[in-house]
Every structure is written in C-alpha cells, then in structure tokens.
Design a binder for this molecule. Structure first.
Ligand code: NAP
Length: 332
C-alpha cells in the first residue's frame, strides 16, 4: 500500500516554535477515486505566513488544526492519476505541502509548463515573486522615476521587489537586510543602488543616509522599526505596500505601532495592506513580465535548499531567523 510521510502540528508555539511543537507521521494512502491524482512532491515551500497559522487566531487563512498535517505550497510530479487533465508525469503545484506524497482531487493541482527547474514554480514564478509584483505595481502604484525602499531585501519577496522596481524604471532602489553578506548580495547581485544592514544601528539614520532626497514608495516586509523609519522618510504623497511584518511574528506581546503616525497626515501618505491571494486578476501580467525577465536573464533569483522532510521544521526556523537567502525550500 502506498504511504505518505507528513509533518503535523501537535501544539501551538509560544513565541519561537520548537521541534516538540511538531511530529512526523506516516499514513497509508487509499486507492485513487475518480478524477484524482497522487503526486510525489519534489520541493516544499516554507513561508513566514505559516507562523501565523500556527496560532489559534482569526486571520485571512484558517489556523493549522492540531494533530493534522500542515499545508503549504509544493511542487511535484504526478505518479498516478485517474484524471485526463492531470496525467502521470505532469509537473504540478498545489497547497498540500509538508508531506512527501500528496493525493487528492485533480482540481487542487495546477499543471505547470515544466520548462524550468521545478523549484522555480515556488519562487521566481511562484507566490513570492507574484507578491512582489502585485505589491509594488498594484498596491504601491510605483511609477518610473520614483525612489523605492524594500525591507527584507535578500529574501524571496524582497529580492524580487527590488529588482522589479529597477526593471520598471525606479530612479533609485534601496534595500535593508540582516547581515553584511546579504547587503553585499543585494547590491551586487540584485542591483540595488544602496543597501544597509539593519542590525548595524539606527534604521532611520541609515535609511536617510541612503535616501538623501527621501523615498516615494516603501515595500514593507518587516514592520516595526522599519515601518516607522520609512514613514519618517517618505516624500509627499508617498505610498507603502504593507506586505508583511515578520519582525513581530514570534512576539508573545504585540509591538506598539509607529510613533510618527501624524506624518501620514502631514505628508498625505497612503499605507495599504494586501494578501496576494486576493489579487488573482493580476497573475497574467506577472507571468508575462517574469517569463520575459527570466528568459532574457534580467532578473537574478536564489534559493536556499534544505534536504529532507525531517528537516522541514529546521528549514522553516532557519528562514525565520534570517539564516537563508532568496527562496527557502525543502527538497524531497
Ligand atoms: P524571506 O524574506 O525569504 O525570509 C524571511 C526574512 O525575514 C529572513 O530571511 C530575515 O532576513 C527577515 N527577518 C526575520 N526577522 C526579522 C526582523 N526582526 N527584522 C527584519 N527582518 C527580519 O520571506 P518571504 O517569503 O520573502 O516573506 C517576506 C515577507 O513578506 C514576510 O513578512 C511575509 O509574511 C510577507 N509575505 C506576504 C505576502 C502577502 O500576500 N502579503 C505573501 C508572501 C510573503 P534578514 O536576514 O534580512 O533579517
């Protein structure tokens, strides 16, 4: 009988998750029903939003259930099928991650073109790059000639947001990241005009030094001190795409908000939050842009790959701690 090895949440983390919050189980898989597929996963995505789903709190996605297998982005190949639309051998993406074999109705699996390494469909052609595209162009409405600041600039979303800003004609792109090696990569490989290490000191002062004429757009992956610094640096009619606030995801007490909210009034700023799943209408424009940039070598993308389902929790924690660069993936 075919089996699937899966990672489950058994306890809601308090602060930073620990290995004891999870367990690995192996379950028998039933025979396929009509119009179903069985998929051998090749890569699983670990993402910051998963930390929110480990809490029992109301959000835009339901919390992970306790003692149930976690879900998340994954890509793999169909090994058995009763569906004409999703045949054996097809490469598919889906949201049944945190397991080595996924099985279910064919409608849950999306066939991808299979012309790039499979991991690309979770990164440069996946949810994280799409988030960068939507956030920068639709939410923040970035225009050519504007100055753009991106936090989390060496990560999956941030590395894309900064490069998309450059490709769409920003006059200056500034990034922040959490180590000298990441700062160097942001400048040299991703082509940001300036970058700084937020752990080096005062974020506002470093941002001001990098943006002597202020910024027009802030792509916020981090929240907290970064958001306050950006509000203090935004020019008149500036816009913020509130994408994430990872600096607070493991806090047991919510952080206070920015202390300079009055500046939003004085400068006529717009701060707009979004989650990418609510913007599917923009997906075709993203794919058209990204396929061109990838095929012409205009965009650089990196992956940190950690091997083995038994290291999936370690991969998630390494990503949250800033120990990885680009898109963080688990290879099976
Ligand atoms: P990522 O940037 O690849 O990985 C997370 C990064 O966060 C780490 O590498 C680390 O980089 C940084 N970080 C951790 N703690 C930090 C802190 N206290 N202050 C500043 N930076 C910190 O992850 P991602 O998948 O691209 O996600 C980036 C953000 O976008 C997250 O906030 C995520 O929740 C959000 N997101 C939102 C949507 C949406 O639809 N709105 C979709 C996808 C992702 P350093 O080494 O630089 O600290």
């Amino acid at each position: 009988m075919p089996t699937s090895t899966q990672v489950q949440l058994v306890r809601r983390p308090q602060g930073w998750p620990v290995p004891e919050d999870f367990r690995t189980v192996t379950v028998d898989l039933p025979d396929l029903g009509p119009d179903q597929v069985r998929v051998a996963n090749a890569f699983l995505s670990v993402d910051p939003y998963m930390r929110g789903r480990m809490n029992d709190a109301e959000s835009y996605v339901a919390p992970f259930a306790l003692d149930a297998t976690m879900t998340g982005g994954a890509v793999g190949r169909v090994v058995e099928s009763t569906s004409a639309d999703v045949p054996v051998g097809a490469a598919v993406t889906h949201d049944l991650g945190w397991r080595d074999v996924a099985q279910g109705d064919a409608a849950r699996f999306r066939v991808v073109d299979d012309d790039l390494p499979l991991s690309a469909y979770l990164g440069v052609l996946g949810m994280t790059a799409f988030t960068a595209h939507v956030g920068l162009l639709q939410i923040a409405q970035m225009k050519p000639g504007e100055v753009v600041f991106v936090s989390g600039a060496a990560g999956a979303v941030g590395s894309m947001a900064g490069q998309i800003a450059r490709l769409k004609g920003a006059s200056r792109v500034i990034g922040s990241a959490g180590s000298p090696a990441k700062v160097a990569r942001v400048r040299e490989r991703y082509g940001f005009d300036a970058a700084f290490d937020y752990k080096d000191g005062h974020v506002y002062r470093q941002l001001r030094a990098a943006a002597p004429d202020g910024i027009d757009v802030y792509f916020d992956n981090v929240g907290g001190v970064h958001l306050e610094a950006a509000i203090g640096t935004l020019n008149r009619d500036g816009r913020v795409a509130l994408c994430g606030a990872i600096s607070g995801y493991n806090d047991e007490q919510a952080q206070p908000g920015p202390r300079n909210m009055a500046r939003i009034i004085q400068q006529g700023l717009t701060l707009r939050g979004f989650t990418v799943g609510f913007h599917p209408q923009h997906y075709p424009a993203f794919v058209a842009d990204m396929r061109e940039w990838v095929s012409t070598g205009q965009i650089a993308y990196d992956e940190t790959v950690i091997d083995g389902l038994d290291h999936a929790v370690d991969a998630f924690l390494a990503m949250m701690r800033g120990e990885t660069t680009g898109k963080t993936l688990v290879r099976l």
